[in-house]
Design a protein around this ligand. Structure first.
Ligand code: CP3
Length: 349
């Protein structure tokens, strides 16, 4: 773990010289450099080719001047070694061809081929080697590995893709007392192994994406998800790295999400950062939470919102500046770079 990294220090609520910043989906279709690579390779080719995944990761971090690089990969990669075929269709997003709807299908999911995901670790090794020396300001750039959370991954497996109401997911969750816990357990097994590979390869921090957990009531979150995420968080922390746990539309879930024991909670943009921090408690760091669509706003508004987020954090140790969800295609790159520069200027502590 990089002790000389303001990003890692902030995850641990240690004092830093200024608020660290990185951005959700910092390598993506809004960035011409990414689109140039994407012209010649599919999304999955990029993910599965360590040289290219490392290049895309490094280019985005250096172009933006952020304090951490998130490895270029996707939440759904573990589906392949579990025996579930999927693809990304242009305009439609991910499609799982035989969605998991029965206990029998859950039973047949494999957990013994995690090694096949090793290409992500190989890419992390390359990124870690590239950033092994401190930067000009003496700070060690942080390297973030990631995985999906059990609920969010289960929702893609069961719905067969993105969803609005999560009807099939909730049917399995409520209706099958054996299948749901078995699915959660299998996902935790695979995700722990996947995270382990990433940590051994040089990831300083692991972020768990529970992007769609906001679809759940507090009661259902506690009953059907909290035990599995808590287990996942605890086992990743035992590898010696801090964990960031992020979800969208989570205002009502934050106190329960904090009970996982995660080091950092990623806040979505709907809740004022100080309220979100209060809800998770001062025993956790927070990451967030500028609305990514303000990147389309006039400069004065954008700058105002950046300062609002910093003001809400009030210089307390344990704030990592980020967006409240991912950068969307069409976002002006120059506005993203401005935000990074403003945080460096106004986030001095
Ligand atoms: O720079 C980075 O952020 C790292 C790369 C990254 C990707 N996916 C690459 C990608 C990360 C962190 C993810 C995580 C991911 N994947 C999430 C959680 C993030 C969040 O926003 O909450 C989710 C829900 C997925 C699943 C997924 N992957 C979907 C729903 C889609 C389609 C969405 C769309 O905009 O079309 C993807 C595709 C995907 N993964 C893209 C990228 C850059 C865009 C498609 C492309 O390049 O062809």
């Amino acid at each position: 773990m990089s002790a000389g990294s303001r990003f890692v220090r902030a995850c641990l609520r240690q004092p830093v010289d200024r608020t660290p910043i990185w951005l959700l989906r910092q390598a993506g279709r809004y960035m011409p450099e990414y689109m140039a690579v994407r012209k010649h390779h599919s999304l999955l080719d990029i993910c599965r080719t360590p040289d290219i995944a490392a290049e895309v990761t490094i280019t985005a971090a250096e172009r933006l001047g952020v304090d951490a690089a998130i490895i270029f990969a996707d939440l759904l990669l573990p589906f392949t070694p579990m025996g579930l075929d999927f693809e990304f269709l242009a305009g439609e997003g991910p499609v799982v061809h035989s969605p998991v709807r029965t206990a029998e299908q859950v039973r047949s999911l494999r957990t013994d081929r995690i090694d096949e995901l090793n290409y992500v670790a190989r890419a992390i090794e390359k990124v870690a080697a590239h950033f092994s020396a401190p930067r000009a300001d003496g700070d060690q750039l942080g390297i973030i590995g990631f995985c999906g959370a059990p609920f969010t991954l289960a929702s893609y497996m069961i719905e067969g893709g993105s969803s609005r109401n999560y009807i099939e997911t909730k049917k399995l969750m409520y209706g099958d007392n054996a299948a749901w816990p078995m699915l959660m357990e299998k996902l935790v097994t695979v995700l722990v192994g996947f995270a382990q590979q990433q940590v051994e390869a040089g990831a300083d921090v692991i972020q768990i994406f529970d992007s769609w957990v906001g679809a759940l009531s507090v009661t259902d979150y506690r009953r059907f998800c909290l035990p599995a995420v808590t287990e996942l968080v605890r086992r990743i922390q035992s590898m010696g790295v801090p964990v960031i746990y992020f979800g969208v539309d989570t205002a009502s879930l934050l106190p329960a999400m904090a009970e996982t024991g995660t080091d950092v909670i990623g806040l979505d943009w709907r809740i004022p950062l100080d309220q979100g921090w209060k809800a998770v408690g001062t025993g956790h760091a927070v990451q967030g939470n500028l609305d990514p669509i303000t990147l389309f706003a006039p400069e004065e508004i954008l700058k105002d919102r950046v300062r609002e987020v910093l003001a809400a954090a009030a210089g307390r140790p344990g704030h990592i500046f980020n967006l409240g969800h991912g950068i969307v295609p069409g976002t002006p790159v120059e506005n993203v770079i401005k935000v990074v520069e403003w945080v460096k200027e106004y986030g001095a502590l």
